[in-house]
Design a protein around this ligand. Structure first.
Ligand SMILES: Nc1ncnc2c1ncn2[C@@H]1O[C@H](COP(=O)(O)OP(=O)(O)OP(=O)(O)O)[C@@H](O)[C@H]1O
Ligand SMILES: [Mg+2]
Length: 503
């Protein structure tokens, strides 16, 4: 490598000055070199690193954004005994504009690239690198994340993951339900990654049903094609027999899909391959309470029936469903016919994170940006958000936005949290109203019970006596909290909704 990339000599000395060691080198056909850096205690402590850091050497004189795009693939290709941080990489390049380019790409590319300078003394390289890491890692607000999270970005939910994995193993269909932004997609994605990790005889197919059309008629065609497409991709990767599935045209019925899928699943069974199909945003299939009452969607129970019998006939096939509404499992009837999943699938409702889990999220994410929370600050965070992941992340993001970046690490006190509380509540009020709106469309009776209680027109206890099923669902969704002695109170989200005058 020294011959091709002479700069590595100074880099290695600079890394040594920082207490870091190169411990893996690989060259790719396109001329890129990848190193892994064991960062040593000092750097790890300073920047909250728990794994190695990837360094990429670009062979071209004109650095392209593709180098950042390829980071994930390079990470996935590492030998199993190595793992590295996935929120940034170091990039070395002879392009004189490398630093400016990496800076410009920080917003658009999935991985942050931090420039590793060269043509300088090891001492100067070490100093510039530390300054650059401090500036770049602290300038991103990592709490402000709206996409589903997995891997090192996924916190808590250990019990749910263990239980779901066990259910999958036993061949039971499960549902994961929760309000908007409670982490349903993240949980299902993480479940999928763990399910396939280290086992090449497993296929996990996750499909988001959000884009399905709402009018019946189109729904059957699109649903069949959506499932066909997702499963084909999963089967292709493992060279499973899929000719019949491939040939399904636009006119294919649910029955045709079932027959074609059975052929592929039989092939999987013979080869010992397990298949899990996860359907996210399931409300797109069943609609809201109004749709359920008035619309005709015969293809929905038909498709669920087909999935149910495929699961029953193939011990290597299972289905996971996720979304806001558990109607797909708890209603005895769907669109005028018997619901095939009624009382058959197991429902999980996403609860708030525990104190330990949410503290882990707050402190770990903070450490990656050089932010340190005092224990009082964590207490205040928990008093306000009570483990609701959306509330915690948005409040933490607001706090971090107000910190001065001059000190490192940046320290957060309870006062910092209190100071932004009102501003944060105003900032999220609109999104909270939307969250409650979507809940209300799916659970109108439950929502009106909350409104009655919030207005002081009835106590939660008296409502529980009159509407036990609906109150049970409010407790499942953590909108109402039940103390061990049986006392009922508003859950964290409800309290914030109430304070923000949404409820
Ligand atoms: N286990 C977790 N650890 C850390 N952050 C999480 C976790 N679960 C959810 N989040 C945070 O919440 C956000 C929303 O998560 P996710 O998209 O999984 O929720 P959802 O319930 O599927 O939302 P939607 O209702 O929009 O589909 C994520 O962007 C992430 O910031
Ligand atoms: Mg989702």
């Amino acid at each position: 490598m020294r011959e091709k990339i002479p700069a590595v000599v100074e880099h290695r000395q600079a890394f040594r000055l920082l207490g870091a060691e190169i411990r893996f080198i690989r060259k790719y056909a396109d001329g890129t070199w990848v190193l892994l850096l064991n960062t040593g205690e000092a750097l790890a402590g300073r920047f909250g690193l728990t794994r190695d850091v990837m360094v990429m050497y670009s062979p071209t004189h004109e650095l392209q954004p593709a180098i950042l795009g390829s980071a994930k693939k390079r990470r996935d290709e590492l030998p199993r005994t190595f793992s590295c941080e996935d929120h940034f990489i170091l990039v070395a390049s002879s392009d004189p504009h490398a630093a400016a380019k990496l800076h410009a790409w920080a917003q658009s590319e999935p991985t942050l690239g931090i420039h590793l300078p060269h043509r300088s003394t090891p001492d100067a390289i070490a100093r510039t690198l530390i300054a650059e890491m401090q500036r770049k890692l602290a300038s991103r607000n990592l709490y402000d994340e709206t996409l589903p999270v997995t891997g090192a970005d996924f916190f808590g939910r250990r019990t749910e993951l263990t239980n779901l994995q066990e259910e999958l193993r036993q061949g039971k269909v499960c549902g994961v339900f929760g309000l908007r932004k409670t982490g349903k997609t993240s949980l299902v994605k993480e479940l999928g990654q763990r399910f396939v990790s280290g086992n090449d005889k497993r296929i996990f197919v996750l499909r988001d049903l959000e884009s399905l059309p709402q009018q019946s008629g189109r729904l059957r065609v699109e649903l069949v094609q959506e499932l066909r497409q997702g499963l084909l991709e999963g089967f292709r990767a493992k060279q499973v027999r899929r000719g019949d599935l491939n040939d399904l045209g636009l006119e294919a019925s649910v029955g045709d899909l079932k027959r074609a899928l059975a052929i592929s699943l039989n092939d999987c069974q013979k080869r010992g391959i397990q298949v899990v199909l996860a359907l996210d945003e399931i409300e797109s299939l069943v609609g809201d309470a109004e749709t359920l009452r008035h619309d005709a969607r015969p293809e929905v129970p038909e498709a669920l029936g087909a999935l149910r019998s495929l699961v029953q006939e193939h011990s290597n096939f299972n289905v996971v469903i996720s979304g806001i509404t558990s109607a797909i499992i708890h209603r005895g009837q769907l669109f005028g016919v018997e619901n095939p999943l009624f009382n058959w699938a197991r429902s999980y409702y996403l609860e708030p994170l525990s104190r330990i889990e949410v503290d882990g999220l707050t402190t770990d994410v903070g450490r990656r940006m050089g932010v340190q929370w005092s224990s009082d600050a964590l207490d205040t965070m928990y008093e306000i958000c009570l483990g609701d992941v959306f509330l915690h992340r948005t409040l933490a993001a607001t706090v971090v936005d107000t910190l001065s970046q001059d000190t490192f690490p940046m320290l957060v006190s309870s006062d910092n949290v209190e100071a932004v509380k009102k501003r944060w509540r105003r900032g999220v009020a609109e999104r909270l109203a939307q969250m409650f709106g979507s809940f209300e469309r799916h659970y109108p009776t439950e929502a009106s019970l909350l409104r009655l209680a919030a207005a002081g027109d009835a106590s939660l206890e008296s409502l529980e006596a009159e509407y036990p099923i609906e109150m049970g669902r409010l407790i499942d969704l953590a909108l109402v909290a039940e103390a061990p002695a049986g006392d009922l109170s508003f859950g964290s989200l409800c309290q914030v909704l109430h304070q923000a005058r949404v409820l």
